[in-house]
Design a protein around this ligand. Structure first.
Ligand code: NAI
Ligand code: MG
Length: 338
C-alpha cells in the first residue's frame, strides 16, 4: 500500500520516522512515498509547499505528515492552511482523551474536537485597507458550515458518542456565526437521537478548565478549533513543557483525501535534541491505519502506547521521564507484541 509521507521540519523527521518504525512493526506493509514540505522544501525548491507534493497526495489519497514551520512575518502563508485548502480537507478531527499513567488534574477527559478547516478567520482573506488599517475576513458559507456540522454528527453516530456541542460567538459576530449557528441547528435536527447543545466558545473554555468531563464531540470554526485543540491537549498533558501536545493525534479529512498529523508544531526549541515525544504522530498513524482498513493494527498501536505510558519506561521529558524519541519508540514496539 502506497502512502505519502511528509516528514516536515523541526522535530518532524524525528517523530515521523518513529511512526514509520511502529507501523512497520505491526506487519502492515506500507510503501512510503516521500513528499517535500516545510523548510527543506523551501531551501531545495524555493517553495515550502511544492505543487508536486499536493499532486502526490491527490494521486495516493492518503498522507502521514510531520509538522511544518511557518515563519512569522510578511509574505508567508501557513503551509498547513494552504495544504488543507488546496486538498479541501474540510474537517480536522482531534481526539483528546486522558491517557493512563500520565499525571494530570483531570481524570476523565474523552472528547473529540472537530474543526472546520477551510474557512473562518483562517480563510486567508487579509488585506491592508490603508496604511495602519488591515482587515481579515471571517468567511462562513452555508455549504461549508452544514458540511462540518454534519461531519461531526456522522462521527458521533459512528463512534457511539452521545453529545455534540457547537461552539460559537454568535452574539457578537452576528452575521458569520449567526449563519453558522443557523446551519448547525438545521443539521442537528436530522439527528434527534444525538444530543445537541450550542455554547459560546469563551464559556466552553471556562468549562473545559473547570471540568472537561461533560464534553463529548465539539464542533466549531477554524480559529476557535485551533485554540480549543491546544487547550484540550493541555488538559491531558504530562508535567513537562508541551503539556499533552506530544500525545494528541489528528486527522484532516476531505471527500477524497486524508492527511494524518499531530496537533503540535515543529517544536524548534527541542528539534534535533532527540527529546520529541513521537506518540502524537504514532497515534495519528494509528488513525491512518484505521482509515485504510487496517483498524486492527491501529488498535494494536493504541494499546501498545497505553501499555508504554502505564509502564513508565523510556518516557520523554514532556511526560516526566528522561528518555528519548528512540527509547519511547522502542518501548512502543516492544509492547506491540505484549
Ligand atoms: P509547538 O507545538 O511546536 O510547540 C509548543 C511547545 O510544545 C514547545 O515547548 C514544544 O517543545 C512542545 N512540544 C510540541 N510538540 C512536542 C512533542 N512532540 N514532544 C515534546 N514536546 C513538544 O508550537 P509552536 O512553538 O507555537 O510552533 C512552532 C512552529 O510549528 C511554528 O512555525 C508553527 O507555525 C508550526 N506549527 C505547525 C503545525 C503543523 O505543521 N501542523 C501545527 C502547529 C504549529
Ligand atoms: Mg494549532
Amino acid at each position: 500500500m502506497q502512502i505519502v509521507l511528509i516528514e516536515g521540519d523541526g522535530i518532524g523527521p524525528e517523530v515521523t520516522q518513529a511512526a514509520c518504525r511502529v507501523v512497520a512493526a505491526t506487519g502492515v506493509k506500507v510503501d512510503w512515498v516521500k513528499a517535500p514540505a516545510g523548510i527543506p522544501a523551501a531551501t531545495q525548491f524555493g517553495e515550502p509547499l511544492p505543487e508536486e507534493t499536493l499532486e502526490m497526495i491527490r494521486r495516493y489519497r492518503v498522507a502521514l505528515k510531520g509538522p511544518c514551520t511557518t515563519p512569522v512575518g510578511k509574505g508567508y502563508r501557513s503551509i498547513n492552511v494552504r495544504l488543507r485548502q488546496g486538498l479541501e480537507l474540510f474537517a480536522s478531527v482531534r481526539p483528546v482523551n486522558t491517557m493512563p499513567g500520565v499525571k494530570t488534574p483531570y481524570e476523565k477527559v474523552d472528547l473529540i474536537v472537530v474543526r472546520e478547516n477551510t474557512e473562518g478567520l483562517y480563510a486567508g482573506l487579509e488585506h491592508e485597507v490603508v496604511p495602519g488599517v488591515v482587515e481579515s475576513v471571517r468567511l462562513v458559507t452555508r455549504g461549508a458550515a452544514e458540511r462540518i456540522v454534519r461531519f461531526a454528527f456522522e462521527l458521533a453516530r459512528h463512534r457511539g458518542r452521545k453529545l455534540v456541542t457547537f461552539c460559537h460567538k454568535a452574539d457578537v459576530m452576528r452575521l458569520s456565526d449567526g449563519l453558522f449557528l443557523e446551519c448547525a441547528r438545521a443539521v442537528a435536527d436530522d439527528y434527534p437521537f444525538i444530543q445537541f447543545e450550542e455554547k459560546p466558545v469563551d464559556n466552553v473554555c471556562l468549562e473545559l478548565a473547570m471540568d472537561p468531563s461533560g464534553f463529548d464531540v465539539l464542533v466549531m470554526e477554524n480559529l476557535f478549533g485551533d485554540v480549543i485543540s491546544d487547550l484540550a491537549a493541555g488538559l491531558i498533558g504530562g508535567p513537562g513543557p508541551g503539556g499533552g501536545l506530544g500525545l494528541v493525534p489528528g486527522a484532516n479529512f476531505g471527500t477524497r483525501y486524508a492527511v494524518f498529523e499531530a496537533v503540535h508544531g515543529s517544536a524548534p526549541d527541542i528539534a534535533g535534541k532527540g527529546w520529541a515525544n513521537p506518540i502524537a504522530v504514532v497515534r495519528s498513524a494509528a488513525l491512518m491505519l484505521e482509515h485504510v482498513g487496517r483498524g486492527e493494527a491501529g488498535a494494536r498501536i493504541e494499546r501498545a502506547v497505553i501499555r508504554t505510558l502505564q509502564a513508565g519506561v523510556g518516557l520523554t521529558r514532556d511526560l516526566g521521564g528522561d528518555g528519548t524519541t528512540t527509547t519511547i519508540t522502542e518501548q512502543i514496539i516492544k509492547n506491540l507484541g505484549a
